[in-house]
Ligand binder design. Structure first.
Ligand SMILES: [Fe+2]
Ligand SMILES: [Fe+2]
Length: 336
């Protein structure tokens, strides 16, 4: 929630100029909100380190040494479709430089948003680290094949078509955090039937993503309070077709298809993410004063039904198919 004083600043600025404030001005007015939410985030988080799960030290206990030694045997049963999901989750996490850059470009420097960007980046970095340590120490993947994908993904860059609109970044990050949370949690659930450590790791990552989601969600709620029409118009640009961060990864479409067919994450899950965002942003309860706002609101509220329709079509068209990937030794993964 923004305070009445902060709302007053925006209203006064708007009235004085008789035109809308720039989006950068609106974001600057939200900085006190960002500071408060960041303080809440720091107070409530439990900061863990990758080596809490994958220890590496010459002073490891005998038990830790044994657990690490046994890990490669214990992961053998993890199905290849779940490995593909783990690879996609890890690659997405390793795309962190793309996201740090986008937040810095869109939200500026030396302000509350950039302080959040540093904190958020430090937290996210552990996700890629711990998963990378896990897949390496368990020999889950052919690491060189996997590293090639990671290299290509970073080298390809990631430039979503947001037209210099920082509101789209805030809508995107809300959706993306919730989507990655679901993907990690669902992967962990399936993998844990074979090896429990990975579920603990993915559970901790998913909990981080949930707290990140709360930060971006509340920032977007603040935005809706002071600039509802433009906030909804921006959300409408990213919501119907979320450009997943990994879509520039070689073989991304096939990997996403395996993950969908394995029931781990797909358009139905994304629809749930969208519905939850609309609900928690309170879109249905807004009373836009202008026609553009009412139009954006109606279109946003129609997105879940549209996604349902697309999922129906996709599922109807799904035929049996086999997939194979270099990083899991080109073994065939078949779906009836
Ligand atoms: Fe993450
Ligand atoms: Fe996150």
């Amino acid at each position: 929630m923004i305070s009445p004083q902060e709302a007053h600043v925006i209203t006064t600025t708007t009235a004085q100029k008789t035109s809308l404030p720039s989006k950068a001005e609106v974001l600057a007015s939200l900085e006190p909100l960002v500071e408060r939410n960041m303080a809440r985030h720091i107070e409530e988080r439990k900061l863990w380190m990758p080596s809490d799960f994958m220890p590496a030290s010459e002073q490891m206990t005998a038990e830790e040494e044994r657990d690490l030694r046994e890990l490669p045997d214990r992961v053998r049963g993890i199905p290849d479709a779940v490995r593909v999901s783990l690879a996609l989750n890890l690659l997405t996490e390793e795309g962190l430089p793309h996201f740090h850059r986008l937040i810095a470009v869109y939200m500026g420097n030396e302000n509350a948003w950039s302080r959040w960007n540093f904190l958020w980046t430090a937290e996210e970095d552990r996700h890629g680290c711990v998963l990378h340590d896990y897949v390496r120490d368990t020999r889950l993947f052919d690491m060189k094949a996997f590293e090639r994908l990671q290299y290509q993904y970073l080298e390809a860059g990631f430039d979503p078509d947001w037209h210099d609109d920082p509101y789209q970044l805030l809508a995107y990050t809300s959706l993306q955090e919730r989507a990655t949370q679901a993907a990690h949690a669902n992967t962990g659930k399936l993998a844990s039937k074979h090896e429990p450590m990975i579920q603990r790791i993915l559970g901790h990552i998913a909990a981080d993503e949930s707290r990140h989601f709360r930060f971006y969600r509340d920032a977007f709620i603040g935005l809706l309070e002071v600039d509802p029409t433009r906030a909804m118009e921006s959300a409408l640009k990213v919501m119907p077709r979320l450009a997943m961060p990994g879509h520039t990864i070689g073989g991304y479409i096939e990997m996403a298809e395996v993950v969908r067919r394995a029931g781990i994450y797909g358009p139905r899950d994304y629809r749930r993410v969208v519905a939850e965002c609309l609900e928690s942003w309170g879109i249905a309860d807004l009373r836009p004063e202008d026609a553009a706002g009412r139009e954006a609101q109606d279109k946003l509220m129609a997105v879940p039904a549209r996604l349902d329709k697309l999922s129906d079509i996709l599922e109807r068209r799904t035929k049996s198919k086999s997939f194979s990937f270099d990083f899991i030794y080109r073994r065939g993964i078949s779906f009836e």
